[in-house]
Structures are given as structure tokens and as C-alpha cells.
Design a protein around this ligand. Structure first.
Ligand SMILES: [Zn+2]
Ligand SMILES: [Zn+2]
Length: 196
């Protein structure tokens, strides 16, 4: 585990212990803005490689007691296109915004029902490491595409269709559909379906 953490100067240079950001000066009313600039070691979503640490940049602000964390998390990734299997890489960008509350502000029920809404300070320190890791896993695209309209592969010869037509006659039934076409429903079952 190698967490590298760095709090950047806004009005106040937040003191960092481990991956925690010291917001006690904000709670005491000494500052209204604290910059956030963390590197977080992320967990890779299934089927994807993360090519570096996640970088979280943003700001915690305090407006009359209402504290808000507004940050953006970026992480470089690589994987393969779900349609043509080409290599895909890029930078995933995820907004990470939470209302910051002190312990005891929320009931246990409110905490459980709004995990993606609030972050809770512990003794005046903000620790979002785990929350960011979880959010990354949840919001990463389920499948990657080399481009939105990737036409995939020719079902006959397997060449990527993005390079233009391969000249194959594509009237043959795609083997994936052929398997479906061979499935026969018996009369009773069909009647059953109609009756519903
Ligand atoms: Zn593709
Ligand atoms: Zn072809």
C-alpha cells in the first residue's frame, strides 16, 4: 500500500495525515475553502487495467456551515473494445461531490440510505479514499468501445468492419442467431405464452 497524498493550497494549506485531510480549521471557522489534491490507489474494475493512480482534485467549501466537497477524479485505463476487441485506452473522468458532515449529524438510517450523498468527518478529518474507490468501480463503464459506433467484426471472416467492407456475403446466418433459430418451442408452451 503506497498512498501518496498531497493537499494543495487554497486559502489554507490542508494538513494531511495518511490520506486524511484536516478540516478542523474549517470547523473552527478559520477558513472557508480547502483545496483537495490526492492520489488514490484505485481498484481496477473487472476486465480493465488501470494504468496509474487515481487523481482527485477539487475543493471543500464552507458556506454558513454547509460544507461541500466538489472534486473530479481522473484515472488512466486500458482494455479492449467489446465489439471489435481492439485495444482501447483513455482517461476516465468521474465527478465526486458530497456534502461533508460531522459525526452525529445524521442518523444511522440516513447514513445508510445516502452513502453516495454524504461524507462524514472523523474528529475533523476527511477520509474519502474508500468512498472514491467504490465510486470508481460503480461508475466505470460496463463495457468499453473503441468508439461509440464501432461496427464490430464481420460475422463471416472476423475482420473489423471499421476498416470498410470486407466483401463477404453476409446473408449467412450469424452462428449466434443460428443457435437460437434451431430452438423449437412445443405447441403447449407457445399457447401458454399467448394466454398470458
Ligand atoms: Zn471497436
Ligand atoms: Zn468478412
Amino acid at each position: 500500500m503506497s498512498h501518496f497524498v498531497h493537499a494543495q493550497r487554497a486559502d489554507f494549506k490542508g494538513e494531511v495525515f495518511g490520506v486524511k485531510l484536516d478540516l478542523r480549521p474549517m470547523l473552527r471557522g478559520e477558513v472557508t475553502r480547502v483545496g483537495v489534491d490526492f492520489l488514490i490507489e484505485p481498484e481496477a474494475p473487472a476486465g480493465v487495467e488501470l494504468d496509474g493512480d487515481a487523481h482527485m482534485e477539487g475543493l471543500v467549501t464552507n458556506q454558513g456551515g454547509y460544507m461541500r466537497l466538489e472534486a473530479t477524479v481522473t484515472v488512466p485505463y486500458s482494455g479492449t473494445c467489446a465489439r471489435c476487441l481492439d485495444a482501447v485506452s483513455g482517461t476516465f473522468v468521474m465527478p465526486f461531490e458530497r456534502t461533508v458532515v460531522t459525526e452525529g449529524t445524521l442518523t444511522e438510517e440516513q447514513e445508510e440510505d445516502n452513502v453516495d450523498e454524504y461524507v462524514i468527518l472523523e474528529d475533523g478529518f476527511l477520509d474519502v479514499d474508500e468512498a472514491v474507490r467504490e465510486a470508481l468501480i460503480l461508475s466505470f463503464p460496463m463495457r468499453l468501445l473503441c468508439r461509440e459506433d464501432c461496427p464490430g467484426l464481420c460475422p463471416v471472416c472476423g475482420k473489423p468492419l471499421r476498416d470498410g467492407d470486407c466483401g463477404c456475403v453476409k446473408k449467412e446466418i450469424d452462428p449466434r442467431w443460428a443457435a437460437l433459430a434451431s430452438i423449437r418451442f412445443d405447441e403447449d408452451e407457445e399457447d401458454d405464452t399467448k394466454g398470458k
